[in-house]
Design a protein around this ligand. Structure first.
Ligand SMILES: *[C@@H]1O[C@H](CO)[C@@H](O)[C@H](O)[C@H]1NC(C)=O
Ligand SMILES: *[C@@H]1O[C@H](CO)[C@@H](O)[C@H](O)[C@H]1NC(C)=O
Ligand SMILES: *[C@@H]1O[C@H](CO)[C@@H](O)[C@H](O)[C@H]1NC(C)=O
Length: 482
């Protein structure tokens, strides 16, 4: 108790004094096998990550964050905006259940509510234009009613595509013309309520979508030819993009508005520019870039940022690209992908502790199976549609595999995601289970972690594991169906 309250006291003192600017991380949970949130919270603490940004308000996640001192930004998904926009009652319920309860019962250090996630993204075709602002108003009103508005601030994370520069220089920045009126309305409201502007900045996406984008400009090594804008020079896209926002806010009368970089990072697989070398170079470069607290030419001072992301999520939509499932600085099982010094510990990032894995076995194509078997193509499509084949293809970690390797990779992914169920390694007799690791070079045939069932308290989980677990689970199941 003593130690804990001392820790909390120190954390409060530091944040009150404005020093708690340490690095944050985005903790998403769109995975087939999420880690136990207690393991993740311990990993955050072991790595000195003091802030997390969530995309929802999952009960178990928030419960695990209780009394950790870690600052939390909870999120409201876009599909809830319409409801919250039309009903103050719904906003009050949301705040009561997903903010107030966690603060008062478990001392969760909730500091922000993110209302929507990039709701004005161009690909949404304006679907959330009408609902974002009223939802923001209702959530703020609900925070006021709950007496939490001084402790918890609203914000509305936007993609950097909400602003652009007319001159290709930061000083030419302004909000995108088609959404300008909506942005001004939101920014004014945030400003009136001492709330920050949150922006997600992605040099990787610029490189991905524009073949002519100068690669070096995405990084922080000063190797690209600098851009001069008045008295400022820019040799990396992050600074220029951030300052385009600073100019945009200033031009519209909000020059002092605090800015949070809600997402910044680099993926490691699924595209030719998504690899360990580039991701390490970008993330380490970013950490070093902001570590001195010198800020950007337009905004000297510390930068408040959340890395995107903490852990890979193998169930994310690949509609934006196959790299979507590979943004983590940690793999699906909480192992670091590359060395990264966050400046928060004496070493690089360290792995999650206490992670449990399924057995050491894999599902591969039978050696007797023929490549021209008519069942191959539909089997692979079936597996890839339900599992994760984003490490296959040009420029990926498994691009060196031959045709058979490709097929095995797909079969194994499906088998692991289905918890090594025997029936998940059938594929019309084309597949078989092996005990030796088929991984080769950079291509890893992963063993999945043991599923975390959530909700269930630890003792029940404990019983369901181990040699008697299956028998007990069966008995419980039979009792349930009677
Ligand atoms: C609280 O958040 C969860 C997770 O985002 C959501 O499913 C639920 O509907 C929210 N509760 C209320 C009362 O709105
Ligand atoms: C947006 O519009 C385009 C073209 O009209 C369409 O292809 C796409 O499916 C739409 N997206 C959404 C999210 O409505
Ligand atoms: C392996 O699969 C990927 C993705 O489906 C494909 O692009 C590649 O050509 C395949 N390689 C071989 C050797 O079949």
């Amino acid at each position: 108790m003593g130690k804990l309250s001392l820790f909390m006291g120190l954390a409060l003192f530091l944040s009150a004094a404005g020093f708690a600017n340490g690095i944050g991380a985005n903790w998403g949970t769109q995975s087939t096998h999420n880690l136990d949130p207690h393991i993740v919270v311990r990993m955050l603490r072991d790595n000195g990550i003091q802030k997390v940004k969530l995309f929802d308000a999952d009960y178990d996640t928030l419960a695990a964050l209780g009394r950790s001192g870690i600052e939390v930004m909870v999120g409201i998904p876009n599909d809830m905006l319409a409801t919250l926009a039309t009903s103050l009652k719904a906003a009050e319920n949301w705040v009561s259940k997903n903010v107030s309860t966690h603060i008062s019962n478990r001392n969760v250090n909730i500091r922000y509510v993110a209302v929507g996630n990039e709701p004005f993204l161009q690909t949404y075709n304006g679907s959330f234009l009408q609902t974002t602002f009223p939802a923001l108003q209702n959530v703020q009103a609900a925070l006021v009613r709950a007496g939490l508005n001084n402790q918890v601030r609203i914000t509305c994370p936007q993609n950097a595509d909400v602003y652009a520069s007319s001159s290709d220089m930061p000083s030419g920045g302004d909000f995108r013309a088609d959404i300008r009126q909506y942005m001004i309305q939101i920014v004014k409201f945030l400003n009136d309520n001492a709330a920050p502007f949150t922006v997600n900045i992605y040099p990787f996406i610029s490189l991905y979508t524009d073949a002519n984008f100068p690669v070096e400009y995405a990084f922080f090594d000063g190797n690209s030819s600098p851009i001069t804008d008045g008295s400022a020079t820019y040799s990396n896209m992050f600074d220029a993009n951030y300052d385009t926002l600073v100019w945009t806010l200033q031009k519209n009368g909000f020059g002092n508005m605090p800015i949070i970089v809600g997402e910044i990072g680099w993926p490691t697989d699924g595209d030719r520019n998504a690899n360990l070398v580039y991701a390490q170079r970008f993330n380490q470069g970013f950490m070093s870039h902001i570590s001195g607290g010198k800020g950007t030419p337009m905004r000297p001072g510390p930068i408040d940022a959340y890395l995107f992301s903490l852990i890979d999520e193998d169930a994310k939509s690949v509609q934006p690209g196959n790299f979507e499932r590979h943004w983590g600085i940690f793999m699906y099982d909480g192992r670091p992908k590359y060395s990264l010094n966050l400046g928060t510990t004496n070493s690089g990032i360290i792995a999650a502790k206490g992670v449990q894995y399924l057995d050491q076995k894999w599902c591969v194509m039978k050696s007797s199976a023929k490549l021209d078997d008519a069942q191959i193509a539909p089997s692979v499509s079936y597996a890839c549609a339900r599992a994760d084949c984003t490490a296959l293809g040009y420029g990926t970690s498994c691009s060196e595999l031959d045709a058979k390797g490709n097929i095995s990779y797909a079969f194994n992914s499906y088998y692991q995601i289905n918890n090594q169920l025997d029936s998940a390694c059938g594929f019309n007799g084309l597949a078989t289970v092996v005990r030796s690791d088929p991984s080769s070079g950079t291509c890893k045939f992963n063993i999945m972690t043991r599923p975390y069932y959530g909700g269930a308290s630890d003792w029940r989980l404990g019983y369901l594991q181990g040699p008697f677990g299956l028998a007990l689970a069966l008995i419980l199941f039979m009792l349930t169906i009677q």
